[in-house]
Design a protein around this ligand. Structure first.
Ligand SMILES: *[C@@H]1O[C@H](CO)[C@@H](O)[C@H](O)[C@H]1NC(C)=O
Ligand SMILES: *[C@@H]1O[C@H](CO)[C@@H](O)[C@H](O)[C@H]1NC(C)=O
Ligand SMILES: *[C@@H]1O[C@H](CO)[C@@H](O)[C@H](O)[C@H]1NC(C)=O
Ligand SMILES: *[C@@H]1O[C@H](CO)[C@@H](O)[C@H](O)[C@H]1NC(C)=O
Length: 256
């Protein structure tokens, strides 16, 4: 059992040693090539010198290069990273602002609707009271006319009832001649009253009255389309720095 663990442990050690060894060799540059802006290991340097394309490149000893230009050697890289971070930050700031902007606009639209709702309510209250005043006036005028007509009709009815009563009494207590003469007169009255009633029916005071409350037929359509929301998409206002080199002058100041 113990032997088994030892075996595993030994295998692990072997793997680690094999893995670490070549890395140490490749990561230590001995020379620096100004043309390539790259570090070269001793073996790479020999290849670099041998190849026709890179034979004329100016190379220096890496430790010398590090002593002479420790600052300049990393400034391009650092500025490149800063350049990217700067641009990404611009986009992030823009998106955050835009997120806040549409949320603000949504909130604003809600408070605008509250204001509009109050205005519409006020307007409807006004319309309601105007309508009430108007219809009250119509009712008042018409009631007056109706009362007059009713009074006239009641008088007419009571008059006819009187005649009816008188004639009944005359038929009991009067002579035949009296009844005959009276009936001639009453027939004439009947004809006259009938005539006047028929005539009166053609009058506009006898027309069937009704109050009609009208609503503008466009109103429902208008109210349906009164409010809407639409998402506009316009070209971004973010201006990214395009050239790393123009960014560099600012960058030098920032790196210091
Ligand atoms: C959103 O509203 C807040 C509060 O009114 C305001 O401070 C902020 O500037 C607004 N943001 C945008 C992007 O309009
Ligand atoms: C209708 O009624 C009004 C009010 O009572 C009255 O002034 C008018 O004369 C009437 N019209 C007719 C044609 O009788
Ligand atoms: C009915 O009879 C009474 C008494 O006789 C009389 O005074 C009155 O005028 C009569 N009415 C009518 C409508 O003829
Ligand atoms: C009442 O008047 C109408 C219209 O003038 C007439 O047609 C009808 O015959 C009259 N009726 C009587 C009972 O007089």
């Amino acid at each position: 059992m113990l032997n088994f663990f030892f075996q595993i442990f030994h295998q692990l050690l072997t793997i680690i040693v094999v893995h670490v060894k070549p890395r140490l060799v490749t990561t230590a540059p001995q020379y620096w090539c100004h043309s390539c802006e790259e570090g070269l290991c001793a073996e790479c340097f020999e290849h670099h010198k041998a190849i026709k394309a890179s034979r004329s490149h100016i190379t220096v000893d890496f430790t010398k290069f590090m002593k002479l230009k420790p600052f300049i050697s990393t400034i391009d890289t650092e500025c490149g990273l800063m350049f990217l971070v700067n641009n990404i930050e611009k986009v992030i700031e823009n998106r955050v602002k835009n997120k806040e902007k549409i949320s603000n606009q949504s909130t604003k639209s809600r408070s605008d609707i509250q204001i509009l709702r109050k205005e519409i309510n006020k307007h409807l209250d006004n319309l309601e009271s105007q309508l009430a005043t108007k219809s009250d006036k119509i009712i008042q005028d018409e009631n007056e006319k109706l009362e007059n007509i009713l009074q006239r009709l009641e008088e007419k009815k009571s008059n006819v009832n009187d005649i009816k009563q008188n004639f009944s009494e005359l038929k009991i207590g009067g002579t035949n001649l009296q009844v005959f003469i009276s009936s001639r007169q009453i027939d004439k009255t009947i004809s006259e009253v009938n005539e006047s009633l028929n005539l009166e029916m053609t009058d506009e005071n006898m027309s069937e009255l009704s109050l009609e409350f009208k609503m503008n037929p466009d109103f429902e359509e208008t109210i349906n389309q009164l409010l809407n929301v639409h998402l506009n998409k316009e070209e971004s206002t973010v201006l990214l720095d395009l050239f790393y080199k123009t960014f560099l002058s600012n960058c030098f100041r920032r790196c210091n």
